[in-house]
Design a protein around this ligand. Structure first.
Ligand code: SS9
Ligand code: ZN
Length: 343
């Protein structure tokens, strides 16, 4: 399985994340991918290939133009406003306010486009996000050219990014871009399976009213887990998309047996729906020692999960999402890939 990865991810490393009223070292940090790279090498994967420039046409087809302009210009505008720190959202369009009118002021614009305050942006975030989606796109092209599967070692992740929202460490929705590329290549039905601990609110939102891309997510129940405000089991899609979204929210302490039941249910739905290609939002923060999650999967469970996904028998692109138990993120991520390869 070919891996695609860009060193440009390093341009995104905020100095702080707001967590529990403190500024801490961001959980989503560059060393995460170093552990994945080391494990890939240890397990004999071919050296990762650096992607070329991103194909912005498909990115623009999924993300709002104003949002992309905001992401690209934010740092300069933030600095021009005289702010000394990194970009952190502080004012949000809350209930019964004007939620569809972006302010002119950059502080207001940041809050308009952000879904949470934990995700800081720096002068290198935009470039890093472009390199991340370029890795995902290169993985899609490898599969579109005949490979059974490929892995976009994407950093920053993407599944929380909606067409016009960033947060949860995400800016451009890599998995959604890959799904759209499969559609553009002629696949009538594409499925996205999100096994990250956190609900892929951005991916769901992008495809919620579409009947050509199926979205299935296993995640911490929104009552208890970020992103909190999406991911309920009664969210099934609207309009042409009705029946093309399925959510499996699960409670704190969920172990692999129950999680695997949800995985099998999701895989059965994807198969019954008639998906021709599969995109996996590969987060491994369902791991028992993950610092910001509450499931209890152990490392061998990720091998079995990969095997179950592989048995679906679909051309598959894996996009790296979360996983914050830094010492284990490499083992757990590569375990999924190896389980898939063994299927
Ligand atoms: N400060 C702890 C809350 C975490 N909030 C963002 C989580 C994003 C996960 C991305 S996979
Ligand atoms: Zn996550």
């Amino acid at each position: 399985m070919q891996v695609f990865f860009s060193e440009e991810h390093r341009r995104h490393f905020p100095q702080a994340e707001l967590n529990g009223g403190e500024f801490v070292t961001p959980f989503e940090r560059p060393s995460r991918v170093e552990y994945v790279l080391a494990r890939l090498n240890e397990r004999g994967f071919a050296p990762p290939v650096a992607p070329g420039a991103p194909d912005m046409a498909v990115v623009r087809g999924l993300h709002d133009a104003g949002y992309l302009e905001f992401l690209e210009a934010a740092w300069d505008e933030w600095k021009a406003e005289g702010f000394a720190g990194e970009i952190i959202a502080a004012s949000f369009p809350a209930r019964r306010m004007q939620i569809a009118r972006p302010p002119r002021n950059i502080d207001g614009k940041v809050g308009y486009y952000a879904l949470a305050s934990e995700t800081a942006m720096t002068g290198g975030t935009w470039t890093a996000a472009l390199s991340s989606v370029a890795s995902a796109q290169a993985a899609q092209r490898a599969v579109a050219s005949g490979a059974r599967a490929a892995f976009g070692l994407c950093r920053p992740p993407g599944h929380h990014a909606a067409s016009d929202m960033y947060g949860g460490y995400c800016f451009i929705n890599n998995a959604a871009v890959v799904a759209q590329m499969f559609r553009n290549d002629g696949a009538d039905r594409v499925a996205v399976l999100d096994i990250d601990f956190h609900h892929g609110n951005g991916t769901q939102d992008i495809f919620f009213d579409r009947g050509d891309v199926f979205f299935a997510s296993l995640h911490g129940a929104p009552e208890d887990a970020f992103p909190y405000f999406l991911g309920y089991a009664d969210e099934v899609g609207i309009g042409a998309g009705e029946g093309a979204t399925v959510n499996y929210p699960m409670l704190p302490g969920t172990g692999y047996a129950a999680w695997a039941e949800a995985l099998d249910a999701a895989l059965a739905r994807i198969k019954a729906w008639g998906a021709e290609t599969l995109v996996v939002s590969l987060g491994v923060d369902a791991y028992k020692d993950d610092p910001i999650s509450f499931f209890k999967l152990d490392s061998p469970d990720f091998i079995d999960a990969g095997r179950r996904i592989g048995r679906l028998g679909l051309p598959t692109v894996f996009c790296m999402e979360g996983g914050y138990a830094i010492e284990a993120v490499g083992i757990n991520t590569v375990n999924v890939l190896e389980g898939f390869n063994d299927a």
